[in-house]
Unconditional design. Sequence first.
Length: 277
Amino acid sequence: MPNVKLPTGVDLYYETHGRGEPLIFVPSTAYSGEVWKPSQMALASSLNLIFHDPRGCGRSLASQSVYTIEQMALDIVALMEHLKLPSAHFIGHSMGGRIALSLAQNFPGKVKSLIMAASGSGPAARPGADCIPGLPHRLVLDMVEMGFEKFIYDEIVESDTFFTKEFRDQHRDQVEAFFKIAWATHAKLDPFIHLCMARHNFEGTHRLGDVQAPTLVLIGEADSVGSNHIAQSKVLLERIPSAEMKVLKGQSHGFFWQAPEETNQVILDWVNRHSGK
């Protein structure tokens, strides 16, 4: 699949698969479009799937070292223009949800429907110490102490961040395989820090009422690590006018890969419901 030079200053890698209603996947902080494919490619039999590597990640190169949520949303708008897509459905995971949210707030006509998956709207929706804007010092300290690859490995394989302990104990090979896919096209250290700063500096909470698109807030019931996505999801539900919430039992932050069949059915049902079918 091609790279395309966009007017936003990025040489963006993307792939399209399948036919039908267009669904744009926006991955979490520093991950590429590759992380969706092992679990979500099955949806290509029903939908037109659009994966991309955000600026600074995977095979995408940014000529401008500008990393903000709003800029990454503009990259997607430019990609849609390249693909001649006037509008699409969106699913954003974690930081990817913030990017999709920014797009829905600033380009409402381009968003048919929105799935905010294990995501939030910014510091104002996060309780406790996580409400402080800016790159958390603990993140830098952990990376310096552990090394970058070990830091990402521990986050995926050894902690409860992405997968529940029960799943990690019973399916260690699957968890290790996901790490290999994720790390192979993960952002390098410098863009990773910029991406983390973009994530923590974005504030869209005060404009949640501007979201016009039907919005599904999708969250695992065990997703309470780090930024407390459960609390953030409740804010999305309360403040987005047409929001609904679906809680996946027994799931953590990485429910896409821990429960792909259940997740894909939720995605397909939501898109079909909001595509006139």
